[in-house]
Ligand binder design. Structure first.
Ligand SMILES: [Zn+2]
Length: 294
């Protein structure tokens, strides 16, 4: 009898702790501080060959999510310069794979970067070391955001909210660095966009469970270059994007994107852009409407 009541007490404490943790970490709605300030926000899905690089610009504010491979670094720097970027309010590296962080080394050399956000797990690779050195040279400390944390889109009023993967992602999801990808929802100019890095179905399931109301977005950067290991039908239905962008290089050795992902997007009626076919894709968000700039 005594044993049982002890067990009940332990369970009750565990339950209360779980509720407190979920309240603390899991946002249930879009940040209500995000007002449509009337400023237009532009998302550039830069064609970096096989890799990812997304530039988000609103007024004088700019944030870069990933920078493509190291060999794409010059092209990314050139793209930013041609679009009038003088400095970056933030650089966000979704996860430590080379096709996402390689080009960022050149970006840190070329631009003043005010803050940098990294996935919480490191990788013992030369390019990851180079990235940390470049950040160090910049004189800034990397931040490792948790679920529910927000990152401002400079002074524009736009806000990114972190939806995955949470702390200690290696313990939660194992050794596949794709699962450590920061997944970010952007709310700006009355619109929303979801940046998924190379996340996987396993993480998508947790987002469906924990942050479902934040998944519905106008724009989706399709996860992992259109791999079928992500973009489950259930997840795509939850996001139900008007526009989806797949970033990859034609004829890449991974055989990406997978045809299944196109088939899963079809019933949703999403308009799909592919950097391999369309080059850099530019979408504009203004007054709650998304438009295609190129
Ligand atoms: Zn990738």
């Amino acid at each position: 009898m005594k044993k049982r009541s002890n067990l009940t007490l332990v369970l009750a404490v565990f339950l209360i702790a779980a509720i407190m943790l979920s309240k603390q970490f899991l946002p249930s709605a879009a940040p209500d501080t995000v007002a449509d300030t009337g400023t237009e926000t532009t998302i550039h899905f830069i064609d970096v060959g096989q890799g990812d690089a997304s530039l988000i610009v609103s007024g004088d504010s700019a944030v870069l999510i990933d920078g493509g491979k190291q060999s794409a670094g010059d092209a990314v720097v050139d793209y930013l310069s041609r679009h009038g970027i003088a400095d970056l309010d933030a650089v966000i590296a979704t996860h430590p794979h080379e096709d996402h962080i390689g080009g960022l080394v050149d970006v840190f050399e070329a631009f003043d970067v005010k803050s940098v956000y990294l996935s919480d797990e490191a990788m013992d690779t030369r390019i990851y070391e180079k990235l940390l050195d470049a950040i160090d040279e910049e004189g800034i400390e990397p931040e490792f955001p948790d679920i529910g944390d927000t990152i401002p889109l400079g002074e524009s009023g736009g806000v990114f909210t972190v939806l995955a993967p949470g702390p200690n992602s290696r313990d939660t999801y194992g050794n596949d660095p794709n699962t450590w990808s920061l997944v970010l929802r952007l709310d700006a100019s009355g619109c929303s966009a979801l940046f998924t890095g190379d996340t996987t179905t396993r993480v998508e399931q947790d987002m469906i469970k924990n942050t479902l109301s934040l998944l519905d977005c106008n724009v989706l950067k399709v996860a992992h270059h259109g791999s079928r290991t992500a973009s489950s039908a259930e997840f795509l239905e939850a996001v139900s994007p008007e526009f989806a962008v797949i970033s990859y290089e034609k004829g890449n050795s991974y055989g990406l994107p997978d045809e299944e992902v196109f088939e899963r997007l079809e019933p949703i009626g999403t308009e799909i852009f592919e950097t391999a076919k369309h080059g850099s894709v530019v979408l504009t968000m203004a007054n709650g409407e998304v438009g295609v700039a190129s």
